[in-house]
Design a protein around this ligand. Sequence first.
Ligand SMILES: [Zn+2]
Length: 94
Amino acid sequence: MSTPSSARRRALKAALAERDGSACFYCATQFGPGLDGSTLDHLVPRSRWSTWAVEALVLACEPCNRAKDDSAPALWLRPAVRFAPGLVPLESAG
Ligand SMILES: [Zn+2]
């Protein structure tokens, strides 16, 4: 699967910032206006699920993206929102 155009990547980043907040999914570093410093990270490694669907992506800072590389997703997954029993959201990660 080819890499999306820069316009498409910008649109994906904007959608992810809207969904998750403009911060790194892993370390919560805040991105500046225009999402400077953000990268599109495949939550599920592309070797396992080759897609650019927004559901498969998160925003990550460059150091986290590099460190994660193609590691097993279970190591890095964490809920973006914490829940009380019954899936009641307690706080937003954004
Ligand atoms: Zn990070």
